[in-house]
Design a binder for this molecule. Structure first.
Ligand code: SF4
Length: 403
C-alpha cells in the first residue's frame, strides 16, 4: 500500500472486536447515534451515509420528528442518487433540509490520486476526513469490472507475506467510508467511462473485513439495498484469513455475500508461521466453520492459496489440500507469490507452479491459476494483489488479494 504511516504494531486479539481506539470517527453504534464528527462539547452530526434503510426511517422519526418515509427518502438521496448535501434533496420540505444541514453530514472521501495500468486496472487513492489514505482498485475483465474495497486502515493480523501487515491496525473504516469507496468509483466511472458499470465487489483490500464486522455487515446491507447501489449478494465477496466467529456471524446474516478464505498452507505448522491467526483458529476449526457456512445452490467457497517457493508449494501440499478441501463445495485459486520488498519469500518456478496445480486438480479440486493485474501501478500492494483468472474466463471475479 502506498500509505506511508509507520507501523505501530499492536495487534488486537483477532477473535475480538478491535479496541475502541481502532474504531473510526464514523463507526455507528446505533441508529440514534449513528456517526459523529465534532469537537467535544459540540452537537454530534449524524452521518447519513452510515444509516441503513431502516435506520434512516428510525432517525427521521426519533431525531427529526418526521414520518418514517422521510428517512426512506433521505436514504434514496444519499445512496441511490449519491447526493452530496441535504440541499440537493429537493423532495424534502425546506424545514427538513434545513434541520439536516445543522444535524447531519454525508461522509465523502476525497479522490487524491488515480493510477492507471496498461492492462486497464485503475487504482484510486482516497483520503478520509481525518487524512488517512486508503485505496480501492477497479479491475476490468472482459465485460466484468470488479472493485476491490478496503475495510480498515492497516491491519492487525500480521500475515507474514502481506505489506499491509507492516502498518499494524491504525483504525477501522466506518460504514460511510466503506460504501463511499464504491460511490467514488461510480462517479469516477461516470466521468471516465460512462458505459461501464461495476459488476462485482470484493472486500479484499486493506484490512481484514471480519475484524470490522459491524461496519462491514452494515455496508453490505446498504450496498445491496434496492434503493441504494442495489448490488446482488451474489456479486459481492467477503474475503477473510479465517476469523471463525466472524465467518459464523457472516453466515447468520439474512442475505449473505460470497465467502472467500485465504488459506495458503496445508498444515498448521506452516500456517502458524505465515499467518499468526492460525494459532488462534487452526485449520480444522477454520474448515469446520467454513463447512457450516450456508451455501445457496450453485454457490461455492473460494479458497485462496498463495504459492511461496519451498514453503507451501510442494506436490505433497497439494495432496494434503485435496484431503482437507474435498468435503467442501469449493474452488481453489492458486496465486504464485508476487514479490515485494522486504518479504522473505520467493516465487516458485513455473515447473513447481504447474506441478502443484496439476496435483490439486488430480485431487478433484476445481483449481484456477491467477495472473497479476495492475503490476505497473503497484495494484498488488499490501494484500491488494489483484488477480483475475487466466484459465476460468467465465467467472471474471477478482480473487486472492492476500499477498
Ligand atoms: S493478508 Fe489481510 S488479514 Fe493478513 S495482514 Fe494482510 S490485510 Fe491483514
Amino acid at each position: 500500500m502506498s500509505v506511508t504511516s509507520k507501523p505501530e504494531h499492536a495487534p488486537a486479539a483477532p477473535d475480538q472486536a478491535p479496541p475502541e481506539s481502532a474504531e473510526s470517527p464514523g463507526s455507528p453504534a446505533s441508529a440514534k447515534s449513528p456517526n459523529s464528527e465534532k469537537s467535544p462539547g459540540s452537537p454530534k452530526l449524524i452521518d447519513l451515509k452510515a444509516l441503513t434503510y431502516d435506520e434512516a426511517a428510525s432517525v427521521a422519526e426519533s431525531e427529526l420528528g418526521e414520518p418514517r418515509f422521510r428517512g426512506e427518502q433521505i436514504f434514496r438521496w444519499v445512496h441511490g442518487r449519491r447526493a452530496a448535501s441535504p440541499a440537493e434533496m429537493s423532495d424534502l420540505p425546506k424545514r427538513v433540509r434545513a434541520e439536516l444541514e445543522g444535524a447531519a453530514r454525508i461522509e465523502r472521501l476525497a479522490v487524491d490520486q488515480v493510477q492507471r495500468s496498461a492492462d486497464g486496472t485503475r487504482k484510486l487513492r482516497l483520503l478520509t476526513s481525518d487524512g488517512r489514505a486508503i485505496e480501492t482498485v477497479l479491475i476490468p475483465d472482459g465485460d466484468k469490472l470488479t472493485q476491490c474495497i478496503s475495510s480498515q486502515v492497516g491491519c492487525a493480523l500480521d500475515c507474514q507475506f502481506c505489506a499491509t501487515a507492516k502498518m499494524g491496525l491504525l483504525r477501522n473504516l466506518g460504514v460511510g467510508e466503506i460504501v463511499d469507496q464504491v460511490y467514488r468509483a461510480l462517479d469516477f466511472l461516470a466521468a471516465e467511462e460512462p458505459d461501464r458499470r461495476i459488476t462485482n465487489i470484493v472486500y479484499m483490500g486493506m484490512g481484514e473485513p471480519l475484524h470490522n464486522f459491524k461496519a462491514v455487515s452494515r455496508s453490505l446491507d446498504i450496498l445491496m439495498h434496492e434503493h441504494g447501489a442495489n448490488f446482488s449478494h451474489r456479486r459481492i465477496t467477503v474475503s477473510t484469513v479465517g476469523l471463525v466467529p466472524g465467518i459464523r456471524k457472516l453466515g447468520a446474516l439474512p442475505v449473505r455475500p460470497n465467502l472467500a478464505v485465504s488459506l495458503n498452507a496445508s498444515s498448521d505448522a506452516v500456517r502458524d508461521e505465515i499467518m499468526p491467526i492460525n494459532r488462534r483458529f487452526p485449520i480444522a476449526e477454520l474448515l469446520r466453520a467454513v463447512r457450516e457456512f450456508p451455501l445457496e445452490k450453485r454457490r461455492s467457497i473460494t479458497f485462496e492459496y498463495v504459492l511461496l517457493a519451498g514453503k507451501n508449494d510442494s506436490v505433497d501440499d497439494a495432496v494434503r489440500l485435496g484431503k482437507l478441501l474435498r468435503p467442501i463445495r469449493c474452488k481453489l485459486n492458486v496465486i504464485p507469490w508476487n514479490p515485494h520488498p522486504g518479504a522473505p519469500y520467493e516465487r516458485p518456478s513455473p515447473e513447481a507452479i504447474e506441478a502443484f496445480q496439476q496435483e490439486a486438480r488430480r485431487q478433484g479440486l476445481p483449481t484456477y491459476l491467477r495472473t497479476p493485474r495492475g503490476d505497473d501501478i503497484d495494484a498488488a500492494c499490501g494484500q491488494l494483489a489483484n488477480r483475475t483468472r487466466d484459465d476460468d474466463p467465465g467467472a471474471g471475479e477478482l480473487v486472492s488479494l492476500r499477498t
